[in-house]
Design a protein around this ligand. Structure first.
Ligand SMILES: NC(=O)c1ccc[n+]([C@@H]2O[C@H](COP(=O)([O-])OP(=O)(O)OC[C@H]3O[C@@H](n4cnc5c(N)ncnc54)[C@H](O)[C@@H]3O)[C@@H](O)[C@H]2O)c1
Ligand SMILES: N[C@@H](CCC=O)C(=O)O
Length: 546
């Protein structure tokens, strides 16, 4: 055990400055070089990393490049049951030393990791996110560079604030203290394909408060997640604290959940998988030492509501960005658009169609496309199947509606207009570049708010656009539970760590708000400590005396 001989203060934390990759810029040249190098060196071999050791199981799976599915970015070794057990045991062995490490040392590892991401590894991590997860340069910058740095740095700030929260009162002769213990057992992080930063944060948030973690990455983000793990090790993370365990998702996850030492699930992904895991954990309750903490952020069916007073041009631009950036594969992506007839016929429809028809899609390796492929064959089939079903059900495709998976998984940004506000493309999460518009009568603004609130099971993000202040206020009230992230005259995507803590309720998750102090409460178990300085001399109280 070492000492920390002062109450250190962490450096001032701010958001990572974004680079814009304009033509001729040094950052464009740097990123291009990283992409070219990665293309020339792929496929990369990704092992399991157990106790910091590279382990190749020989059960090799592939992560392809979605813009060119014949190309393989990484070949990863899937964990065997024996390795999963070694990962759990190794993490648990590392637990005491990690939680006893002074806070400043834990903080320093995350600050250093953020600086490595911002500098030395920025372009490499972005290139892995572009080639493996199909992001273009700007989307990779937002995610793998800026948001991941922000998650790690703001975690340090928030945990410092958390640790500073101490009981406000001490009676005479007493000192009260609160200790924020990590959970007993290990945390299982099961992470999605669509944000490299989310992978890092699902692991980082529990670990920074002293937990140990088994990380099951998404098969479609294995290479970028492997790099994040490598960066954390380089930043000084003790090798066994985070065990990197790619493999068969249901099997690896089930084995972890079946361990009596399982303490918490930190999950981001689809709603049905999360519900299933919750039920499995519940059915195991008798084997655990405590009640596992279940933290999950899941699907969405996010909306833009336009009031008749809204501005058309900016409203259309915001809708296009929100629905089609990263081909609609953000949990926050716009899916349902509610436009009053006066705006729709007064230029909204025309501007929207003109603009969407101009969008080009193409490989993330070229600079000139607004968006790229969807992640995989199963997504491509699901998205195109829903467009077909929406058409059969009477939906009218007014832009896009074409696709091609001959080389990469490309779906044109698609706009469907429906007369049925509860049709399939208004209710089901598509996770692709599809927006469905419902035109409402101007007089029905309030009942449209009620319609939005009751149309889906989700409650993730949503926006109201209006210049009429009363309308903004009314919508904010009527849609209070319809979105955990609610935007006024702004698009429903693009939450920034430290600025708009992210998450939704209902079927969208446990709403523990990553990017805020809240999330850390889920991974600690506080101990109240009362120390008495005055020894009592008589068991009787004054009220017992005559
Ligand atoms: N609310 C949020 O903050 C947020 C953020 C990002 C993504 N998402 C959601 O994530 C989904 C897209 O991500 P995805 O495709 O990676 O999700 P997914 O549910 O397919 O996979 C997420 C993780 O769960 C694992 N997994 C899949 N099936 C499993 C099973 N049967 N048992 C155990 N583990 C299993 C995967 O391997 C992966 O690691 C969307 O629904 C999106 O809305 C939500
Ligand atoms: N936090 C991101 C979405 C993350 C989910 O995929 C946003 O606000 O757009």
């Amino acid at each position: 055990m070492s000492s920390q001989l002062a109450a250190f203060r962490v450096p001032v934390i701010d958001n990572e400055p974004m680079r814009n990759y304009a033509p001729g810029s040094a950052e464009r040249a740097g990123l291009q070089a990283a992409v070219d190098k990665m293309l020339s060196q792929a496929p990369f071999e990704v092992p399991c990393i157990i106790d910091g050791k590279t382990i190749k199981t020989g059960d090799v799976q592939t992560q392809i490049m979605p813009h060119d599915h014949a190309r393989v970015l990484a070949k990863y070794h899937a964990a065997t049951p024996e390795l999963v057990q070694q990962a759990i045991d190794g993490a648990l062995k590392a637990k005491t030393a990690w939680e006893e490490l002074p806070w400043a040392d834990r903080a320093a590892i995350f600050l250093k990791a953020a600086d490595l991401i911002a500098g030395k590894y920025r372009y490499e991590l972005m290139a892995a996110t572009m080639l493996g997860q199909g992001k273009n340069a700007w989307q990779a910058e937002i995610d793998a560079a800026a948001e991941l740095c922000d998650f790690f740095r703001f975690s340090v700030k928030y945990v410092e604030e958390l640790y500073a929260q101490q009981p406000p009162r001490n009676s005479a002769g007493v000192w009260n203290r609160t200790e924020f213990r990590p959970l007993e057992g290990f945390v299982l992080a099961v992470t999605p394909f669509n944000f490299t930063a989310i992978g890092g944060n699902l692991v980082g948030a529990p670990v920074i408060v002293g937990n140990v973690c088994v990380w099951k990455p998404s098969p479609m983000a294995t290479y970028s997640n492997f790099l994040v793990h490598k960066i954390l090790l380089e930043a000084g993370m003790p090798p066994s604290v985070i065990q990197f365990v790619p493999g068969d998702a249901p099997k690896v996850v089930q084995q972890c959940i079946d361990s009596p030492k399982f303490a918490s699930l930190h999950f981001t992904g689809s709603t049905h998988v999360f519900r299933d895991l919750w039920k499995k954990i519940a059915s195991n309750l008798d084997i655990y030492k405590g009640y596992p903490r279940i933290v999950g952020e899941t699907g969405g069916k996010n909306f833009h509501l336009y009031h008749p007073s809204a501005d058309i041009q900016s409203g259309v631009v915001q809708a296009i960005r929100a629905a089609f950036e990263y081909s609609g594969q953000k949990c926050s992506a716009l899916a349902r658009v509610y436009v009053p007839r006066s705006l729709w016929e007064g230029g909204f429809q025309q501007t929207l169609v003109e603009q969407v028809n101009k969008i080009t899609i193409g490989p993330c390796t070229s600079w000139d496309h607004f968006t790229g492929p969807v992640i995989a064959k199963h997504s491509f089939d699901k998205i195109t199947g829903i467009i077909e079903k929406a058409k059969k059900d009477g939906g009218e495709v007014i832009a896009g509606g074409k696709w091609d998976d001959s080389k990469g998984f490309f779906v044109q940004p698609t706009v469907i207009v429906t007369k049925d506000p509860k049709s399939v493309s208004m209710t089901q999460e598509i996770f692709g570049p599809v927006m469905t518009v419902y035109v409402y009568e101007d007089a029905d603004f309030e009942s449209t708010c009620e319609l939005i609130d009751t149309t889906t099971e989700y409650g993730l993000t949503g926006s109201i656009f209006a210049t009429d202040r009363l309308a903004l206020q009314r919508a904010a009230h009527l849609l209070r539970n319809a979105a955990g992230n609610f935007y006024i005259n702004d698009k429903c995507t693009g939450a920034v760590v430290g600025q708009q803590p992210f998450g939704g309720a209902r079927a969208s998750g446990t709403n523990d708000k990553s990017g805020s102090i809240n999330i850390f409460y889920r991974f600690i178990s506080a101990r109240s400590v009362k120390e008495n300085f005055v020894a009592p001399t008589d068991y009787l109280y004054p009220s017992n005396l005559l």
